[in-house]
Design a protein around this ligand. Structure first.
Ligand SMILES: [Zn+2]
Ligand SMILES: [Zn+2]
Length: 249
């Protein structure tokens, strides 16, 4: 894969830039936790990113999901069916993953926002990459325990709803890293802002809750942020949440 697509964040922690969405690979020896997995069309890159780190896909002990948008769960069902990897997410996101409902930006909303810079090229890419494909997960599971998960990297789920009802970020306390998903990003093809920010409003199921979740993120002790979109962010995550809040007011 592209050389700059695989970013070493800390020992056993890599951020991977897919075609438009990021995922994170946590490793502990031979075992892997995969957090998110891009668009359906990103499957080749998911497998390549694992291979580049020396792992076969059956090394994935579990797939953790920040939220069940198509650009984050594209290969979850494939990994689950083919390699028996369990797929874990927040309880409130489980029915979303099963597609009992879909809280995702609609084509109508995208068209209404088509005048905004970057929106149409983003939409074309999203359609080509399986953004509207059926990515449902047949057997999504809620987290088996509260607190740190007994998986490579020992990630701690942090419920950060708003973008979707069950959106979770993942904290790696001993590394000072927050995997923020779409609750706090550092860039997006449809945004001109660089650095910490919320996604454009049309992408959030509940904007008020998304803004309120910045309070939750402010409480997280971390100085590296690995977002669902945009580059790795070095610096206080508390400060990043504050900057994002300022931009919303
Ligand atoms: Zn999303
Ligand atoms: Zn996203």
């Amino acid at each position: 894969m592209r050389e700059d697509a695989l970013v070493h964040a800390a020992t056993g922690v890599h951020l991977v830039h897919g075609s438009n969405t990021n995922w994170v690979i946590l490793t502990d020896g031979d075992a892997v936790t995969l957090i998110d997995c891009g668009y359906p069309g990103d499957r080749g890159q998911v497998l390549e990113s694992l291979a580049d780190l020396g792992h076969a896909p059956d090394a994935v002990e579990a797939v953790l999901i920040t939220h069940a948008h198509n650009d984050h769960i594209g290969s979850a069902e494939y990994l689950s069916r083919t390699f028996d990897a369990p797929v874990f997410l927040h309880e409130a996101e489980v029915p979303h993953a099963r597609r009992e409902f879909l809280h995702q930006v609609s084509i109508g909303q995208v068209l209404m926002n088509g005048w905004r810079p970057g929106v149409l090229p983003w939409a074309v890419h999203a359609l080509r990459s399986g953004g509207t494909a059926d990515s449902r997960i047949t057997r999504p599971q809620k987290f088996p325990v509260a607190g740190a998960l007994d998986l490579p990297g020992r990630p701690v789920p942090v419920h950060t709803p708003g973008h979707t009802a069950g959106h979770c970020s993942y904290h790696l306390p001993d590394k000072g890293i927050l995997i923020s998903g779409d609750a706090l990003v550092s860039g997006h093809p449809t945004s001109r802002v660089r650095g910490p920010q919320l996604l454009p409003t049309m992408f959030d199921a509940n904007r008020e809750r998304a803004v309120a979740s910045l309070d939750v993120i402010e409480q997280v002790a971390a100085d590296i942020m690995l977002p669902g979109h945009g580059p790795i962010h070095h610096g206080s995550v508390r400060e990043a949440a504050r900057r994002a809040r300022e931009l919303t007011s």
